[in-house]
Design a protein. Sequence first.
Length: 76
Amino acid sequence: MDDQTTITIRNATKARLALLKGDRSWDELMVELADHYPLDKAIAEAERRLADLRAGKAKTVPWAETRAKRGRRIQK
């Protein structure tokens, strides 16, 4: 059997997590959260890109144009 531990969190935090948990075990929920948590490198890259956008160093493309380039029909 795997080693187990107990973590201490506020009741309010547990209540919020319980909404996400559904019928899964707490372990399954925590594994999913950990697996999908963004890596520090990915966060740093996103922050760099945001800084470039705010500084006007990156070209922005309207969402409708982006969708049109991918061959999808634009809905108005």
